[in-house]
Design a protein around this ligand. Structure first.
Ligand code: CA2
Length: 148
């Protein structure tokens, strides 16, 4: 089984409780369940996590090296601020797919720049929770995992 680390940044624990016009009605638990089903379908295993603490996210990226085959990340607001997350992702030497629920390019100018996109295999944004599923599907292709 190919294992992926799927990590979510700050405030995403609030999903489904506020700002549904921007982020939809699904909770993070709903998205975790969706990713679990998609992983099974694509012959992958997924560790799905969320944190509001940047250092914790960095530690998870560091320990993914040698243990996981790739990283799917929604860095949330840290997308636009964190050189540290970019550096940790590079140091992991793992392929990275960046996911955003909303289309950041239709939103405020400060969301148009990402520190992660330049080192990612690809970026999916604006497709809601389906973006996570598509990210996992792409990893299944990249890693040659077998659909079940
Ligand atoms: O669209 C995305 O997935 C974002 O990564 C979400 C971040 C935002 O800062 C990025 O620009 C785009 C914000 C996540 C906060 O999530 C909330 C969910 C419900 C209520 C409040 C915040």
């Amino acid at each position: 089984m190919k294992k992926l680390l799927l990590i979510n940044g700050p405030n995403l624990n609030l999903l489904g409780t506020r700002e549904p016009a921007t982020y939809g009605h699904e909770t993070l638990a709903d998205i975790s369940a969706l990713c679990g089903r998609a992983a099974e379908e694509f012959g992958l295993t997924v560790e799905f996590r969320q944190t509001n603490h940047e250092g914790e996210l960095l530690d998870w990226i560091h320990t993914a090296r040698g243990r996981c085959a790739g990283i799917v990340i929604n860095p949330a607001a840290w997308t636009h601020t964190s050189v540290a997350i970019r550096d940790a992702l590079v140091a992991s030497e793992l392929p990275v797919i960046e996911v955003h629920l909303s289309n950041v390019h239709r939103r405020e100018a400060f969301r148009h720049h990402s520190y992660v996109s330049g080192i990612a295999v690809g970026v999916i944004c604006g497709l809601g929770s389906n973006g996570y599923r598509l990210g996992l599907e792409h990893f299944a292709h990249l890693l040659g995992a077998h659909h079940g």
